[in-house]
Design a protein around this ligand. Structure first.
Ligand code: SF4
Length: 361
């Protein structure tokens, strides 16, 4: 796994954002920290923020990274990794749902980092597509939208993908989100079933389904770009064809429907036996859902489904969905002709189980 947080010491008193440079490339005196020393233990930089000594990494690995340094905590966080298409900003750990399979169980507290994250985005490499997640980012909707708008105005080359439960949009957001800036924003919104009782049960919140329908109406009126997301769990497997009919008839405006396999972490780890659907044995309902959506003009894709584990007819839509820093492949995968296009497994997926599932193509 690629570490996103590293031990770091600095003489600065307050947190600061900086871009790490090992000597090559354009530099910005105000925001760049230049390497002054490297040894077997780590790298030392100097910049306007102060002296920064990072342990456990090389200058080559860090060159160009935009980081948030937290001197009092003795650490730095790689907010945007140079050369990686998988960068996600965590804007809050608070959430108003409690999904049965949540991969990152929410916290009650919120640490406001919007100003730092905004600065990091302004230092991003050209053309970067930046993810935003939580918790529930739209609990801080005004700060979130204001940050996104300021960044997009100053950086016409950047774009965002924001995960949100879609329940906090209001009618007065329509005008705001019709701004052409929002063509560079897409929303990843989860819907787990076409019926309120089942969706609400999965997300652990009464009224979530109804609030989400209002949210979809707002997003539709705003002309928003939406990626619909459905995590497969044992309780919604049989309901997938019905959900597909709902999507094809009521949510035709979405750009794509991502059907996602479970992540072996967070709440799902402890509930794995009751939640996990082995799609190798139970692909029928998923396949019917995909077929119906496709026939009605809704593009569907599979996330976190290793290619060799799905029927050949659906392999083309099983995409390499897992971010590079948390993706792994069992040894037998090396040599598989499909590896470049395959999701592989999350780093935290049990090795034995992963090995037993795969069959190189
Ligand atoms: S063998 Fe490995 S790389 Fe090939 S499709 Fe299966 S999981 Fe993916």
């Amino acid at each position: 796994m690629i570490p996103l947080v590293l031990p770091a010491m600095s003489d600065a008193e307050s947190p600061f954002v900086t871009r790490l440079r090992s000597g090559k490339g354009l530099t910005d005196d105000a925001w760049d920290s230049l390497m002054i020393e490297e040894d077997g233990g780590g790298v030392t930089y100097a910049g306007a923020g102060g002296i920064l000594a990072i342990d456990g990494a090389t200058a080559k690995a860090l060159d160009g990274d935009v980081v948030l340094v937290q001197p009092r905590h003795g650490r730095m966080e790689r907010i945007l990794r140079a050369g990686s298409p998988h960068n996600t900003l965590l804007v809050t750990e608070r959430c108003d749902q409690l999904c049965v399979m949540c991969s990152q169980p929410p916290k009650k507290t919120h640490v406001d980092r919007f100003a730092y994250l905004e600065q990091a985005c302004l230092l991003a490499e050209p053309g970067l597509h930046i993810g935003i997640s939580g918790g529930e980012p739209s609990l801080f909707k005004d700060k979130l939208l204001s940050m996104v708008e300021r960044v997009l105005r100053q950086r016409p080359d950047l774009s965002f993908h924001i995960l949100s439960n879609g329940q906090h949009f209001a009618e007065d957001d329509v005008l705001r989100m019709r701004d052409p800036l929002y063509r560079r924003v897409s929303w990843g919104v989860p819907l787990y079933a076409a019926s309120a009782p089942l969706h609400d049960e999965i997300v652990g919140k009464v009224g979530a389904f109804d609030a989400l329908q209002d949210g979809f109406a707002t997003l539709l009126m705003a002309g928003a770009r939406v990626e619909l997301r459905t995590v497969l769990v044992s309780s919604n497997l049989a309901a997938m064809p019905n959900l597909s009919r709902f999507v094809a008839s009521r949510l035709r405006f979405i750009e794509v429907w991502s059907i996602m396999q479970l992540e072996h972490i967070g709440f799902a780890k402890g509930r794995w036996r009751t939640l996990f659907v082995d799609h190798r044995e139970h692909f029928g309902m998923v396949g019917r859902a995909i077929d119906w959506a496709t026939m009605h003009g809704v593009r569907a894709q599979l996330f976190n489904f290793p290619r060799c584990t799905v029927p050949p007819a659906y392999r083309g839509i099983a995409i390499a969905s897992i971010s590079d820093w948390k993706r792994k492949y069992p040894n037998v995968c090396f040599g598989c002709s499909e590896q470049a296009n395959c999701s592989g497994f999350f780093e935290w997926h049990p090795d034995e189980e992963a090995r037993a599932m795969v069959e190189p193509l």
